[in-house]
Design a protein. Structure first.
Length: 145
């Protein structure tokens, strides 16, 4: 006699929504960064613009504010809000993720989004909790709200 345990239905991965949210967020980040570089930066002899000194911190601080702080304060980034997704902690103790968890998630964005997001998609597909690398490190996952 076999004991059969009920199988959990697979949780949705929301890959299309997650991809779109990332595109929205990073379109905003890159647009502001390029605008800053061309308005505040100085061109060199070849016409290439550079930010030097303290102005070079502005794009990094904007990235920190737009992605990490808004996710911490409001529960989702602009892109995630638009596609009705939000990151949640796996511990279940808090409704919103912490600043550290959000920072961990987004520090790995360059790896997760490498080659048009293929790395993140493959990791999400193979993860039992639908996590990308940043989510695994931060102990979070993404859900629809």
């Amino acid at each position: 006699m076999d004991n059969f345990e009920p199988q959990e239905e697979p949780k949705p991965k929301y890959i299309g929504r997650r991809f779109l949210a990332g595109c929205i967020d990073y379109t905003i980040v890159y647009t502001i960064a390029f605008m800053l570089i061309f308005t505040v930066g100085t061109p060199d002899n070849e016409g290439v613009y550079h930010l030097e000194g303290s102005p070079s911190l502005i794009p990094i601080l904007f990235w920190l504010f737009l992605l990490v702080c808004t996710e911490t304060w409001f529960g989702a980034t602009v892109g995630n809000s638009m596609v009705r997704l939000k990151p949640v902690t796996l511990s279940g103790y808090a409704t919103n993720i912490s600043f550290t968890q959000s920072l961990q998630r987004h520090l790995l964005d360059p790896i997760d989004m490498f080659f048009f997001g293929v790395v993140g998609i493959l990791v999400i597909q193979s993860s039992d909790k639908n996590q990308r690398l940043g989510d695994i490190w931060a102990k979070t996952t993404v859900t629809k709200y």
